[in-house]
Ligand binder design. Structure first.
Ligand SMILES: [Zn+2]
Length: 102
C-alpha cells in the first residue's frame, strides 16, 4: 500500500468507516511515514474544523485531536485482537470440554 492509498483513507478513517484490516494498515503506515502523518494532521484539523462550524453540537468531538484519534484507533485494534484471541480460547475450552464429556 502506498501513500496515495493511505491518503484516500483519511476521510473513512476520520468517519470510522475503515475495516479492521484497513485500519491496521493505515495506522502502520501513518506510524512510519512522516508525509502521510503530516497530511493526516492537516486533514483531520480541517475536517473537524469544518464540522465544528457546521454544527453546534459537535463541540465535544472537536476536542479530540488527531493524535488522540490515532491512539483510539490503536486501542480499538488491540481490543479487536484480544477479542479474536478470546474467541479462539473459548473454542479450545469447548473442544476440550466435549472431549472430556465424550
Ligand atoms: Zn505515506
Amino acid at each position: 500500500m502506498d501513500c496515495r492509498d493511505i491518503q484516500k483513507m483519511f476521510i473513512p478513517f476520520i468517519n470510522e468507516e475503515l475495516s479492521i484490516k484497513d485500519l491496521g494498515k493505515f495506522l502502520e503506515h501513518i506510524d512510519r511515514c512522516r508525509d502521510c502523518r503530516e497530511e493526516y494532521d492537516i486533514y483531520y484539523t480541517m475536517i473537524m474544523g469544518m464540522r465544528y462550524l457546521e454544527s453546534e453540537n459537535n463541540k465535544t468531538e472537536f476536542k479530540i485531536n488527531s493524535e488522540q484519534k490515532l491512539r483510539e484507533a490503536e486501542e480499538h485494534i488491540l481490543k479487536h485482537k484480544l477479542f479474536q484471541i478470546g474467541k479462539v480460547v473459548l473454542l479450545i475450552i469447548i473442544c476440550v470440554a466435549v472431549i472430556i464429556v465424550l
